[in-house]
Design a protein. Structure first.
Length: 246
């Protein structure tokens, strides 16, 4: 994954990009992130990047000029880019989005807004507006990091065991099943016997049932959108919380 990030606070990214899986991905050249401070593209001595909104209203609006100048600089190399504006009004980002982005050949540009909003004319530069949830953040930096993280871990070679991707929540359409490790018993809490049985068929059945059970309880909307297999229907009939007509 290759991306440029336009932000007023590049230091927000520094710590996260230098830890754990993301750090290793960068070391392997599987992830390339370049940070650009929007203030560096302001034309006045005070490095002004915001102004009062026309028509009045609360808060300040991020000015168009610095962002246009930043994009002019990025486009000098002639590289194809997919420009994403992080905004609560954007298309919801989900696992399917992450999978699509992981196959993208273009270089990403993430524009991180701040203040009350961003000048509407900036959107003429944008290919896609994206939101990570129905809530408002102080700025787009955390949203950009969420997307970078979610996409990077799908890139072959980033994770030590590629099966980790297949088993994660949402990768198979459901929330994840419970996980256990040593010790077998801890403070009166035991590992389910089926996981110790060595019977892989029974283990897979148990895991599917637990994933369906969790999804029914926490995210029933996901179940309604799924194409259920006959096995899924059988398992759901055993789950008391599931109401097919709900």
């Amino acid at each position: 994954m290759k991306c440029d990030v336009l932000t007023l606070f590049p230091d927000i990214f520094t710590a996260y990009l230098n830890e754990s899986i993301i750090k290793r991905a960068r070391a392997k050249n599987l992830l390339d992130v370049k940070l650009y401070n929007i203030r560096d593209f302001s034309s006045d001595p005070h490095r002004t990047v915001d102004d009062y909104p026309f028509g009045g209203g609360a808060g300040m609006v991020l000015k168009p000029e610095p962002i246009f100048r930043a994009m002019d600089l990025l486009n000098e190399d002639g590289m194809q880019r997919k420009v994403i504006l992080l905004t609560p009004q954007g298309r919801p980002f989900n696992q399917a989005s992450a999978e699509d982005y992981s196959k993208e050949k273009k270089r990403f540009v993430f524009i991180c807004g701040r203040y009350e909003g961003i000048d509407e004319r900036v959107k003429t530069l944008v290919d896609e507006e994206v939101s990570i949830g129905d809530y408002v953040l102080t700025g787009g930096e955390l949203a950009a990091l969420v997307i970078i993280d979610a996409v990077t871990r799908l890139i072959p070679g980033v994770l030590g065991d590629e099966r980790s991707i297949e088993d994660e929540s949402f990768s198979w359409g459901l929330l994840d099943y419970p996980h256990y490790t040593r010790p077998r018993e801890f403070r009166g809490l035991s590992v389910p016997h089926v996981l110790l049985s060595g019977n892989h068929k029974e283990i897979e059945y148990w895991r599917r049932k637990q994933a369906l059970k969790k999804t029914v309880k926490v995210r029933p909307d996901i179940i309604k959108k799924m194409e259920l297999t006959e096995l899924d229907k059988k398992i759901l009939s055993e789950i008391d919380a599931y109401d097919e007509d709900a």
